[in-house]
Design a protein around this ligand. Structure first.
Ligand code: PFF
Length: 467
């Protein structure tokens, strides 16, 4: 490694690294996926299952990816190439294509969050560019059917992402996350307090936490497992080379075993807080909970509309929070896409080409993001693969196929073929008391889990109705 990678960047501090990794994990998945899935799939019972998955699989996968990055000191494609003697380079390629497919639609959604933050701010000043009390569904429909405006916000969000990431690992990504993540946490706590103290909030808390063990009965357990597994995969950003890339910027004395636990646990705590911010308010105003864009951009806007004078203030705070969550995730997606190219140029002695690759990837993402905007959530373009709106098409290809395959092959390879490679790396900076547990889960539990997630995703991709 020495010599070749001179000039390669690294994190300024362990805190900065943790904020960046948690920032990648905490995103739209926490806000609109977790609370609803938890409520709809057994409440507290789902949560217990999710925690078990976090410990037996999330922890293992995050540690695996971080250790692979740090052991090789390289980003995704070269990391896989060097650790598998070239045989597994394609896994690195999968893990680079997947974030690229996701980044476009992620910025499209981030752009909507930006639009909502601005519109709610406008309402504080009774400006003409505010929501003006319009029904959430009408406001959202007007936005996504306005393809010009949708493209503008998507491109704006991509530009912000590019501008931050192009500044570098420590002075761009880390610096932003170190301020934004504590800020996000404070905003979230403010919204949680408001939401949980509304009259009638108890019904929302009951929706999320009431244990319903019958969700696990018979075939139900498989569908709950697939849903919790898929959610966890996306939520903690695994199978996308992100943790490999972020791990490659870690210092040799940073504790991987500890970080591997902190990242998924922090992600889960924030997902629960997001639920406590959203569901009590939804129920307090007598609305129906849902998942996905409808929850964030229709239902919640109606909640803010119903809050009277305080509505625009909480609306603005909430959508700023959504913007931050989406931005810290989109930054990690862009970093995962470009890092291998930046490394290659460094290795060839061509210097730091970060800015150039950020802009190339940014422009390409503008094309995929614009295609999602042009589709208007399935309103305008012919369905992708004959079945899906373009947003879902990109998502299913990345999250449904590439991510679980990459993760499955990774755990199989390091569990069964290149044994002890990652453990040796983890031990260089940690007492690694959980080594036996890690090795057992890496060999047996994680592959079964990844296989399940893959089956669950194939099932929904082809609409097979297996689960
Ligand atoms: N983890 C992010 C979320 O929960 O929204 C999304 C995400 C970011 C997925 C980065 C995958 C990824 F590599």
């Amino acid at each position: 490694m020495s010599g070749k990678n001179d000039g390669r960047e690294s994190w300024g501090s362990n805190f900065g690294f943790l904020m960046a990794a948690i920032g990648s994990a905490v995103g739209l998945g926490n806000l609109w996926g977790f609370p609803y899935k938890m409520g709809a799939n057994g409440g507290f019972a789902f949560f217990i299952l999710y925690l078990v998955l976090v410990v037996f699989a999330g922890y293992i996968l995050v540690m695996t990816e971080l250790a692979l990055g740090r052991a090789t000191g390289k980003s995704i494609i070269p990391a896989y190439r060097s650790a598998t003697d070239g045989k597994g380079t394609f896994i690195g390629i999968f893990s680079t294509v997947a974030p690229f497919l996701i980044l476009g639609f992620y910025c499209y959604l981030g752009g909507y969050a930006l639009k909502y933050a601005i519109a709610n701010l406008g309402d504080i000043f009774h400006a003409s560019w505010g929501v003006g009390g319009a029904d959430g569904a009408d406001f959202f429909t007007a936005l996504f059917t306005n393809r010009g405006e949708s493209r503008v916000y998507t491109i704006l969000f991509i530009l912000v992402t590019v501008l931050i990431v192009s500044r570098g690992v420590s002075s761009g990504i880390e610096k932003f996350n170190k301020i934004a993540m504590p800020g996000l946490f404070i905003l979230l706590v403010i919204v949680v307090i408001r939401s949980c103290t509304l009259p009638g909030a108890g019904a929302g808390i009951a929706f999320m936490f009431k244990p319903d063990w019958s969700a696990f009965a018979g075939k139900g357990i498989i569908s709950v497992l697939a849903s919790a597994g898929g959610q966890m995969f996306f939520s903690i950003s695994i199978g996308m080379g992100i943790m490999v890339t972020y791990g490659s910027y870690m210092k040799k004395d940073d504790d991987i075993a500890k970080s591997g636990l902190i990242i998924p646990l922090a992600d889960t705590v924030i997902a629960i807080l997001a639920g406590l911010a959203i569901m009590p308010a939804v129920f307090a105003f007598g609305m129906e909970p849902s998942a996905g864009p409808g929850l964030l951009f229709m239902t919640l806007q109606n909640v803010f509309n119903s809050m009277g004078a305080a509505g625009p203030v909480f609306g603005t705070l909430f959508y700023i929070l959504v913007c931050i969550a989406a931005l810290t995730s989109s930054m990690s997606l862009l970093e995962a896409i470009i890092a291998s190219f930046v490394d290659k140029a460094l290795d060839k002695g061509q210097g730091n080409k970060r800015k150039m690759y950020c802009w190339i990837a940014g422009v390409l993402t503008m094309i995929t993001g614009a295609s999602v905007a042009m589709d208007g959530l399935g309103t305008y373009l012919p369905p992708m693969f004959g079945r899906f709106c373009w947003l879902d098409g990109y998502d299913l290809l990345a999250e449904g196929i590439l991510m679980p395959i990459a993760a499955l092959l990774t755990v199989l390879y390091f569990g069964w073929i290149k044994k002890d490679f990652l453990q040796a790396e983890i031990k260089t900076s940690s007492t690694f008391k959980t080594e036996k547990f890690y090795t057992f889960c890496l060999k047996f539990v994680a592959p079964i889990f990844c296989f399940f997630v893959l089956l669950g995703q194939i099932d929904s991709f082809f609409g097979l109705g297996w689960f």
